[in-house]
Design a protein around this ligand. Sequence first.
Ligand code: ATP
Ligand code: MG
Ligand code: MG
Ligand code: MG
Length: 438
Amino acid sequence: MRLSRYFLPILRETPKEAEIVSHRLMLRAGLVRQQAAGIYSWLPLGQRVLSRIERIVREEQDRAGAVEILMPTIQPADLWRESGRYDDYGKEMLRIVDRHERDMLYGPTNEEMVTEIFRSYVSSYKALPLNLYHIQWKFRDEVRPRFGVMRGREFLMKDAYSFDIDEAAARISYNKMFVAYLRTFARMGLTAIPMRAETGPIGGDLSHEFLVLAETGESGVYCHKDVLDQPVPGEGFDYSGDLDAAIAPWTAYYAATEDVHDQERFEREVPEDKRLHTRGIEVGQVFYFGTKYSAPMKATVAGPDGVERPVHSGSYGVGVSRLAGAIIEASHDDDGIIWPDSVAPFAVGLINLKPVDEATSAAAEGIYERLTKAGIDVLYDDVDNRAGAKFATMDLIGLPWQVIVGPKGIASGEVEIKRRATGERETLTIDAAINRLV
Ligand code: ATP
Ligand code: MG
Ligand code: MG
Ligand code: MG
């Protein structure tokens, strides 16, 4: 992509309304534009990041055996009357009346709708286990939308819903999502710690929240320091079996959000020098809630004995759009964002320091073409501008690599490459620079 043809609305000034660094940087780097409180447009660079995050989430859901569907954003209220949640959900739910005076709502979550789908098609234990997920916009009319996309009103969520014959089988489905979450967040360069959590309006009796530690997080957390260094299951992880061994290292340590924190137990189980009390950002949550929806909504299956019973379910959410902010909170410096390679909007920022110089431009164009042909996403700064402004913009938008092409270097056939995360620079021949990046 040529910067001269791109749409990258950078803000030079720090926006006053932004209280935390990720929000400031998302506005300054032209990732998002607020359209109303908690409602955002995703500009080109932000849209790329969002789709990279989505792709990782999707790959790990698929690996864990979940099956992708797509449910609508607008739901009929009657489904929620069946579960009893229509009145309980309160003001966070955006209620809509259509032209025929039917009560509708903008979905804040999808337990009811997916249960309706399940009961319409599945009647035998033979179809189980089943896990259906989608990645779709949600709306929650948050009292205090803030911190940019971290607490939006409209936000993108991955939500999965598992269906099993009994509690023992449902716990295996729960563990699969637990492992998938460990892998998902690790691939984004995040250390997300699973913590015992309250179940809230989703209901149920077993739940973990995954939190990224950050001073700007909205939840207070207490944990054993060693939980931070537990092994994340590898790429070839085998999802068969009960998976207890894979999650045990993570659940063995004390780790709790303030809602369920037990100070006495914390002091009993965690030696003083290992106690960590800090704040965190909730990036995902897993719930097991048994028959909370299947019983009132009559989602039953016949077991091997022919007896009908309500299916056992869990739900599993990831804050896809919130993650964009959380990743920046975890990875930035004074100059701007530092994208991990896995979610970077472009892998390489190619800077042409002197577009009016023929030799420099010919070299830069050649590098652009070769990298692009090798399948690398390059943002090519071909704009005639001051070097200082070019460097500042590249650092601000945080692409993992920069290739700097200027008349002096080109005279001796050389360019400079810079790793954004470390600031390390190297002068290389054009071929060596390309080899380094492909
Ligand atoms: P929070 O405690 O932050 O309000 P929640 O517990 O209400 O979140 P869940 O119902 O568990 O949210 O939804 C799954 C995930 O969706 C959360 O873990 C979070 O990452 C994301 N999420 C929830 N609310 C928002 C929001 N207002 N803006 C952006 N992401 C959100
Ligand atoms: Mg909430
Ligand atoms: Mg929460
Ligand atoms: Mg939650």
